[in-house]
Design a protein around this ligand. Structure first.
Ligand SMILES: [Ca+2]
Length: 204
């Protein structure tokens, strides 16, 4: 009898929950569109560039341990390589009347000073299917294209936020992409996850 009673309570609880809209969901804005494809590396290195067009290998590997978001992160490291390596996101369309916020979450292992850089490259109107490169974005100061203060040593996951006002971009810009560089990839590991670029809204 007791079990039957509990079963009825359980059934009514489920029905009640199914019919009760969650207020948090009602009040929360819909998630913003992330313009970065596969920014969390859940599909491996897909949609990221890394000079494969020059025949170079992936400068690191996808890791499944201790990712910041989801199951995977990317580890930028290449023992034995003295030249800088980078990964860059897909090229995505921007509207110069909007402002954008880029978030990149990084963890560091034995990273040397002045070796990690984040930059944004601008592309113009395609000519013969090839978009001309318009140079690095300089959102704060026309002389500064490094978008991250120097980070080095060993550190746990931290999210870095970068604002890119549309007005700060070259007036001919149609698309941009995000570059994450390790200038001394033979030393230390840079873990990367949850790379996003979203349109800034008034409450940001
Ligand atoms: Ca991830």
């Amino acid at each position: 009898m007791f079990q039957k009673y509990m079963l009825i309570i359980a059934i009514f609880t489920v029905i009640f929950c199914l019919h009760t809209p969650t207020r948090a969901a009602e009040k929360t804005d819909p998630p913003k569109t992330n313009l970065v494809v596969n920014g969390s590396f859940e599909q491996g290195i897909k949609s990221w560039g890394y000079r494969q067009w020059d025949g170079l290998p992936v400068p690191g590997h996808v890791a499944k341990e201790n990712a910041f978001a989801g199951d995977n992160c990317f580890v930028l490291t290449e023992p034995g390589t003295v030249e800088p390596r980078f990964i860059r996101s897909n090229h995505f369309t921007v509207n110069l009347k909007e402002n954008y916020i880029i978030n990149v979450t990084l963890a560091l292992q034995d990273i040397p000073k002045n070796s990690i850089k984040i930059r944004v490259l601008q592309y113009g109107i395609p000519v013969n299917n090839k978009a001309p490169v318009l140079g690095w974005a300089r959102p704060v100061n026309k002389n500064v294209y490094e978008l991250l203060p120097d980070i080095h040593g060993t550190a746990d996951w931290k999210t870095y936020s970068i604002k890119i006002p549309g007005k700060s971009l070259d007036g001919r810009t149609q698309k941009i992409s995000i570059f994450i560089m390790h200038e001394k990839p033979s030393i230390g590991e840079l873990k990367i996850d949850a790379v996003t670029c979203t349109v800034q809204s008034p409450q940001d």
